[in-house]
Ligand binder design. Structure first.
Ligand SMILES: Cc1ncc(COP(=O)(O)O)c(C=O)c1O
Length: 430
């Protein structure tokens, strides 16, 4: 039995079945450097998924490794009862970068927990537990965040501390409004929002929460300006706007630093996670001081903003800023997107190629139809892996290929990735 087979048997025995693994023969990654990883059987891959958009800069980035090693050698844990210098420094940097005035930052260990705080802030200030979320969304795995997740495949329970109504949003490809042009599509979503508020709620809704580009939902990318138009309605009712930037933050979309900027919206609350820590467990919430300070009781996260995670995240963030990785996401990501779109333009199994920067989704369909084809996505994933390239998948039906590499991806690596994807698409020809 090979190393992978043996690990798989042990994994299956003691870890939950609902933790999905990729591939017919799942792999364990032993180490990484730059954009490349090596599995425990010694095979090397180009990593175009970054551990679900989390390896933001690079594997084993020396700056991050050094910061983590130096902090680990000093002190691992002190608790939030004491001042933590890297935590303060990171909060200062994030408050400066966030599109929110007079910003304060609270650190958590996961995106789920960050969205929990966003809900708490909004519900506390508005004295309401009504929330609007978007269909096909994903916001986390706790009861409240599963409650605001509009994707049956990721929402295991109907129990919810918040009262949620779902509105139409960015997944135009499978929307009943898909036949409309962009302006008319936006208008239809705005009308739907107003209708939901007027017919399904008591009006005093706490907040609206949306991902600027839906991540788990298959990189569903709304027309620019959609959320700005929706916000005009939200403002009429005093409903707070929460932007979930867990996947779209830090320049990944290329054209903007935060995904929400494509919509001209100044959010009331912003949540982040994944890429900031490059794999360290760190996430958080940004809100104006007036809102952040409105929590009515003590609250801490034991591990949130710990010295190790914040020291590493600070080094990671600085590297991304100093090397203008947003610009690289725009250039190399733009190249990948246009190449993928043109190479698959006549492919009968490709319904749509979409996304921004280094967040690219390819919707796979049964040839000649709009019907989702999850088996094709699995096949494409296997073929890309056979050609030494790791990509992801997602979408409501599991039929969307997701490409989201570390933001340092080079032109040559993009070409290498495209060659593997050519083979993957060729394997789907009927
Ligand atoms: C948009 C979005 N929000 C929230 C989360 C939850 O983050 P975490 O898995 O760190 O709890 C995710 C995770 O995939 C996400 O994609």
């Amino acid at each position: 039995m090979g190393a992978h087979a043996e690990l798989l048997a042990r994994h299956r025995a003691v870890l939950p079945d609902w933790m999905a693994l990729y591939y017919d023969e799942p792999i364990a990654i032993d180490r990484g450097e730059g954009r490349r990883v090596t599995d425990v059987e010694g095979r090397e891959y180009l990593d175009l998924f970054g551990g679900i958009l989390t390896t933001m800069t690079a594997h084993a980035l020396p700056e991050v490794v050094e910061a983590v090693q130096a902090q680990a050698a000093k002190v691992l844990h002190t608790s939030t009862l004491y001042l933590i210098e890297p935590q303060i420094e990171l909060a200062e940097e994030i408050a400066r970068l966030a599109p929110i005035d007079d910003a304060k930052v609270f650190f958590t260990t996961s995106g789920t927990e960050a969205n929990e705080l966003a809900l708490l802030l909004a519900c506390t200030q508005r004295r309401s537990h009504q929330v609007l979320a978007v269909r096909n969304s994903y916001h986390g795995r706790s009861f409240a965040t599963m409650g605001i997740t509009g994707n049956r495949g990721w929402s295991a329970s109907a129990l919810s501390p918040v009262d949620v109504k779902y509105v139409h949003g960015g997944y135009a490809y499978r929307s009943p409004f898909r036949h409309l042009d962009e302006d008319a599509y936006i208008e239809a979503c705005v009308e739907d929002l107003r209708d939901v508020i007027n017919t399904q709620t008591a009006g005093d809704i706490a907040c609206f929460i949306a991902e600027p580009i839906q991540g788990v939902g298959g990189f569903a990318t709304p027309p620019d300006g959609l959320f700005g138009a929706m916000k005009e309605v939200l403002d009429e009712y005093g409903i707070l706007y929460v932007t979930d930037e867990v996947q779209t933050g830090w320049g990944r979309t290329g054209e903007h630093y935060w995904g929400i900027e494509a919509h001209g919206v100044t959010p009331d609350v912003l949540t982040f996670a994944k890429g900031i820590g490059n794999g360290l467990s760190i996430a958080g919430v940004v809100a104006p001081a007036s809102l952040m300070d409105s929590v009515l009781a003590n609250s801490i996260s034991t591990f949130g903003g710990n010295p190790l995670a914040t020291a590493g995240a600070l080094a990671n963030l600085r590297y991304a800023l100093e090397h203008d990785l947003q610009d690289n996401a725009a250039k190399v990501g733009g190249y990948l997107l246009s190449e993928l779109a043109s190479r698959t333009a006549d492919h009968p199994a490709v319904g749509e190629v979409r996304g921004k920067g280094m967040m690219i989704g390819t919707e796979l369909v049964r040839p000649g139809t709009r019907g989702p084809d999850p088996a094709a996505a699995s096949r494409a994933l296997e073929t890309a892996k056979d050609h030494g390239v790791l990509v992801g998948k997602g979408g409501l039906h599991g039929n969307v290929l997701r490409i989201a590499p570390p933001l340092t991806l080079t032109d040559e690596e993009a070409d290498e990735g495209l060659a593997a994807l050519d083979a993957a698409f060729a394997s789907l020809q009927p």
